[in-house]
Design a protein around this ligand. Structure first.
Ligand SMILES: C[C@](O)(CO)[C@H](O)COP(=O)(O)OP(=O)(O)OC[C@H]1O[C@@H](n2ccc(N)nc2=O)[C@H](O)[C@@H]1O
Ligand SMILES: Nc1ncnc2c1ncn2[C@@H]1O[C@H](COP(=O)(O)OP(=O)(O)OP(=O)(O)O)[C@@H](O)[C@H]1O
Length: 322
């Protein structure tokens, strides 16, 4: 892939971009493909828990990463690589290659401020990649559409295109084939992040194992999105949405972390409309009727368990330059 350099290049001293974490209101998973990935039918919702990346040019061609001290208490800095394997660094490298910029002179330093828990099932690393892509695109005056940026980002992870696009969307394929949804009514949620993460491949692997052993039913067909859930989301019917939340990864995640089931019970006892593990977990999410109820629910869960709970809403915008 290559893209011609623009004839005039604006000079930025730095550029900052934000990208959202996500939850899956519904995540249906099929049987693994030959490449090990699973076909999914996902209903993504971008939520008001944002990652921020500031990109500053480096003339020596290096792509470097640091983690800001402003990052949230949910984030264990030791769990995040700050070498070339960091998803933000990989996004910057992919964009530089796509644009055909000189690797000797077009380096960048990326400072990441994380709010989204690491390996929490909320696509935090994917949001870092999306924010880094937008920040570097601004720095290097890339002149690319959001759609093109999402395509450049897709090989970095199944959730990365959604972090670029944001809002609410159906995700097919491995989650990267997106159809935006016109969800104009806010969904109010409470998120309970865990301090330790779960490995996404391990959770998918345990789902396969449970299905093969007969502990869970084998899916009969490729996964599909429930049109009633899409209807409930687009019409803002929280009570109906509560009945239709689904996540095939919940049983394997709760098998690996049994406390998740207890946390789900606590949220329901404290008045949540519904509760579910987010993505591959271990973050747990609860649905509330309104913003006010979400704040009250978060406070009650914190009081009862001593575990931090955060009221958020969605859909929010995808990655954008500030
Ligand atoms: C659980 C979800 O967050 C739901 O949105 C995603 O499916 C995972 O997205 P992600 O973390 O961006 O995933 P990637 O970084 O692309 O993949 C990590 C690993 O998860 C597994 N994986 C991921 C996506 C998918 N559709 N099937 C899979 O089996 C694969 O073992 C893969 O090696
Ligand atoms: N910028 C980054 N932020 C967080 N993790 C990163 C980053 N770059 C690489 N990683 C690695 O990716 C792994 C998954 O992190 P991430 O926070 O994206 O998980 P997740 O939210 O469970 O992802 P998903 O919901 O997309 O499966 C981490 O364990 C970490 O080793």
């Amino acid at each position: 892939m290559s893209h011609p350099a623009p004839s005039t290049t604006r000079l930025f001293s730095h550029a900052t971009a934000q990208a959202p974490g996500k939850v899956n209101l519904s995540l249906r998973v099929g049987t693994p493909r030959v490449d090990g990935y699973h076909p999914v039918a996902s209903v993504y919702l971008a939520v008001s828990m944002l990652e921020e990346v500031t990109a500053t040019p480096r003339q020596d061609g290096e792509i470097t990463v640091t983690l800001s001290e402003q990052s949230s208490a949910f984030v264990d800095p030791d769990a995040i690589p700050v070498d070339s394997s960091n998803l933000a660094a990989r996004a910057a490298l992919r964009l530089r290659e796509y644009l055909g910029r000189d690797p000797q002179t077009h380096g960048v330093h990326l400072e990441i401020t994380k709010q989204v828990p690491v390996a929490g099932g909320m696509g935090g690393g994917s949001a870092d990649a999306a924010a880094a892509l937008l920040a570097c695109a601004a720095l290097w005056d890339a002149g690319l559409s959001r759609q093109t940026l999402a395509e450049i980002a897709a090989p970095l992870g199944a959730d990365v295109p959604f972090a670029v696009m944001g809002g609410a969307a159906v995700g097919l394929g491995v989650g990267d084939e997106l159809t935006p949804l016109l969800a104009r009514h806010p969904v109010h949620l409470v998120l309970v992040p865990a301090t330790t993460g779960l490995s996404t491949p391990q959770v998918y692997g345990l789902l396969d194992q449970l299905r093969e052993e007969g502990g869970l039913p084998m899916p009969e067909a490729d996964p599909e999105v429930d049109p009633q859930l899409v209807q409930a989301l687009t019409s803002g019917d929280a009570e109906e949405l509560a009945l239709l939340l689904a996540n095939d990864l919940q049983v394997p995640a709760a098998t690996l972390v049994p406390e998740l089931s207890e946390m789900l019970d606590v949220g329901l006892e404290e008045g949540a409309l519904a509760g579910q593990v987010s993505g591959s977990g271990p973050t747990v999410m609860f649905l509330a009727r309104s913003a006010e109820e979400s704040f009250q629910l978060a406070a009650r869960i914190e009081d009862r368990t001593g575990v931090a709970a955060v009221a958020v809403h969605g859909p929010v915008h995808g990655a954008r330059v500030l």
